[in-house]
Design a protein around this ligand. Structure first.
Ligand code: C2E
Ligand code: MG
Ligand code: MG
Length: 520
């Protein structure tokens, strides 16, 4: 029963209870009841209308809420999509990142396993990108990376993946290849596309890349191995001078492992005193007497025997170990030269090879002065052999260090002359005392007319610049005679003497000794 029904009952009940039984009273009472009924009906209607309107409002609210909920759901979905994209793509280039590449590689492996097909993984590194980034700024570097990314995308099929690993490294997945040679074509296309000028910030930038290739399943059965081997092959391409590509070969890994173990044992070799210097005389071609001695380092490797510099100096240079090694060589060579003098032998200049890294070390001069003082060797008996690449670095520090050395009386020689850069302007700028013509020219000059002319030109150039000229790698009497004929005054090579232990050199350092008898 509603509250209105209750009201009705109470109203009629009240009339009866009052004992008002007259017609008027009755009629009046009926009319009152009708009024009441009407009023009640109106009230009911208004209540219903009110409720209806509230219901409609609620309904409208519900519709709005539903629409908003749907919008929100869409937004959440979109945000999820964006997050997903962000998690799987590189923000700078928009290319797939490492995570997505790994997914695609896993898919490619699964697919190739079923179909028996091959696919290729390419590891790309831009050559000299750091230089552009450092000299032109990060914004230009970033735009260059974006441009390279676009070019790479333009070289591959829709089904292939180009990803950016970070820095200037890109990894590509080329699926469905029939022969590894197909990959070479795609890679050549990529190298050509990257090499075209990139127009950035109103300038044309040029860049090249080195690409390493590994092929599934031959070069690896899993994602990690395939990428690692493509990376190893990329280093191979880099070592060929860049702007090229290389396929992975097992030999590379073997070499890399050997290199790692060499580096590890190099670290201990100094402490274990495993290095030794051998000495090779420089000969006056006219008199046959010794005019200098070059110190050449060797490594008495406990397992591999006596190793030549080619087996470990490049590794020492890459790892920075050349710094302590170079210091040891310099101290040992100066010490030995002074020891010969202390034995009463006539003083000779000792030549020491100096790597670029050593020469550019901040404490190079201080360390050298310390060594000279410690060993008591006069600076005029020391000659530093530098390569052309060191001298081409036209840093102001190169200039000041060379002049400081020269002022001290230390001699300076250009080693492997003729093999480095074509510009010779450094010969004017720096106080160079000696040119050592590289053995490759001497080796072929008696058979090759061009090399003979070059040797002859190098000799006259050195002489006109008042420099000593030494021919390296003289192996035959014919070569020695040819050099004399060209007015070259000094030579070094197996024809006169091999590099030898310090003790073995003592008889050759005695006054009046000459290798002349060997010349005839
Ligand atoms: P380099 O300074 O040009 O030294 C001359 C190289 O030629 C030596 O090789 C020497 O043994 C070799 N040689 C001498 N006469 C002849 C010859 O008649 N024919 C031929 N074919 N070769 C001859 P080595 O001792 O193997 O040294 C190779 C290079 O390693 C050196 O070339 C030098 O650049 C570097 N090196 C040697 N010792 C050191 C060192 O203590 N520090 C640094 N940084 N580099 C060093
Ligand atoms: Mg040398
Ligand atoms: Mg040389």
């Amino acid at each position: 029963m509603s509250s209105n029904d209750k009201d009705d009952a109470s109203h009629s009940g009240t009339g009866d209870q009052a004992g008002d039984s007259s017609d008027h009273a009755v009629g009046k009472g009926r009319a009152g009841t009708r009024e009441n009924d009407i009023r009640n009906t109106e009230a009911v209607k208004s209540t219903i209308a009110d409720q209806m309107s509230r219901l409609q409002q609620a309904n409208a609210n519900l519709v709005v809420a539903t629409i908003e909920a749907r919008k929100l759901a869409e937004q959440v979905q979109m945000a999820k999509g964006e997050l997903d994209h962000l998690a799987h793509h590189d923000t700078l280039t928009g290319l797939p990142n490492r995570i997505l590449l790994n997914d695609r590689l896993a898919q490619a492996i699964a697919l190739a396993q079923r179909s028996g097909k091959q696919f290729a993984v390419l590891f790309m590194d831009l050559d000299g990108f750091k230089h552009i980034n450092d000299s032109l700024g990060h914004s230009v570097g970033d735009q260059l990376l974006q441009s390279v990314g676009k070019r790479l995308l333009g070289c591959v099929r829709q089904s292939d993946t180009i990803s950016r690993q970070g820095g200037d490294e890109f990894v590509a997945l080329l699926t469905d290849i029939n022969h590894p040679e197909d990959t070479a074509l795609a890679v050549q296309k990529m190298l050509a596309a990257i090499a075209l000028p990139h127009h950035i910030d109103q300038q044309d930038l040029h860049i090249s890349a080195s690409i390493g290739i590994s092929i599934y399943p031959d070069d690896g059965m899993d994602t990690e191995t395939l990428i690692k081997h493509a990376d190893t092959a990329m280093y191979q391409a880099k070592s060929k001078g860049g702007t090229t590509y290389a396929f992975f070969e097992q030999e590379m890994t073997d070499r890399a492992i050997e290199r790692q173990s060499t580096e590890a044992s190099l670290r201990l070799a100094l402490e274990r005193r495993e290095f030794v210097l051998h000495y090779q005389p420089l000969i006056d071609l006219h008199s046959g007497t010794i005019v200098g001695i070059e110190a050449l380092v060797r490594w008495r490797h406990p397992q591999r025997g006596l190793l030549a510099p080619a087996d470990f100096v490049p590794i020492a240079e890459d790892s920075g170990l050349i710094l302590p090694l170079g210091r040891w060589v310099l101290r040992e060579a100066c010490c030995q030269a002074q020891a010969w003098q202390d034995m009463g032998l006539p003083p000779v200049t000792i030549a020491v090879n100096t790597s670029a890294l050593e020469f550019r070390a901040k404490d190079f001069l201080v360390s050298l002065c310390g060594i000279l003082e410690e060993t008591r060797l006069q600076p005029r008996y020391l000659e530093l052999e530098l390569t052309e690449s060191v001298l081409m670095q036209d840093a102001s520090s190169t200039h000041s260090v060379l002049h400081a050395l020269s002022a001290m009386g230390v001699h300076l020689a250009v080693d492997d002359f003729g093999t480095g850069y074509s510009s010779l302007s450094y010969l004017r700028r720096f106080p160079i005392d000696t040119l050592k013509i590289d053995c490759s020219f001497i080796n072929s000059m008696t058979d090759n007319a061009n090399d003979a002319s070059l040797v002859s030109a190098m000799i006259s150039m050195g002489k006109s610049l008042k420099q000593r000229v030494i021919a390296e790698g003289v192996e035959t009497a014919q070569q020695a005679a040819f050099l004399l004929d060209q007015q070259c005054d000094e030579g070094q090579g197996f024809f006169f003497a091999h590099p030898m232990a310090a003790k073995a050199l003592i008889p050759m350092l005695q006054p009046g000794f000459s290798v002349k008898p060997y010349l005839h």
